[in-house]
Design a protein around this ligand. Sequence first.
Ligand SMILES: [Cu+2]
Length: 166
Amino acid sequence: MSLRSTLAHSFKESFAKKIALMSSVLFFTLLSSLNASAKGDLTKQAPIEVKVVLGDKNNAMMFSPSTIEFETGKLYKLVLENQGPVKHYFSSDGLSQSVLTRKVQVNDASDTPIAEIKGTIREIEVYPGFQAQWWFVPVKAGTFHDLRCSIKGHTEMGMKGTIIIK
Ligand SMILES: [Cu+2]
C-alpha cells in the first residue's frame, strides 16, 4: 500500500468510526427523549384504585367513605359503585375543576369495557347495582365540601361528603 492509499484508508476508517459514534449518540439521545416523554405523561401511570359506595341495600342516603382524599400528580381510578335500590349521582364541582380526566369507563357484567367517555366530567350518575370508573389526575389542591348526590332530596337526607386534594 502506498502512503497515499494508507492515508486515504485510515481517513475512511476514522470517518466511518465517527459516523458510527454519531449515530449511536443520536440513537441514545432519541431513546432517552422517548423515555422522558413516557415518564412525563402523568396519565400513563399505574392507577391507584379508590372505591366509593353510593347508597346501600337499605336505601341509606350516603357515600361511603364520605371523605375522600387524593394527591396531585397521581393517576386515580375512582370506582363508584351503587349498592342501593335507586340511582345516585356523584357530583362535586370542586373535584371536577381540580382534575384532568383521562376517561370514564363503564364495564359490562363480565367486567369487559363497553364504553370510555373522555373530556371534562362534572358528575356521574350510577344505576342501582352498577359501577362506573372515573380515571383522573388531580392537578390542583383544595378541600371541597360540595360532594353530593343531586337527585331531589338525597343531599338533604345525608348524601354528601368532602373531597380533599393534597
Ligand atoms: Cu342519591
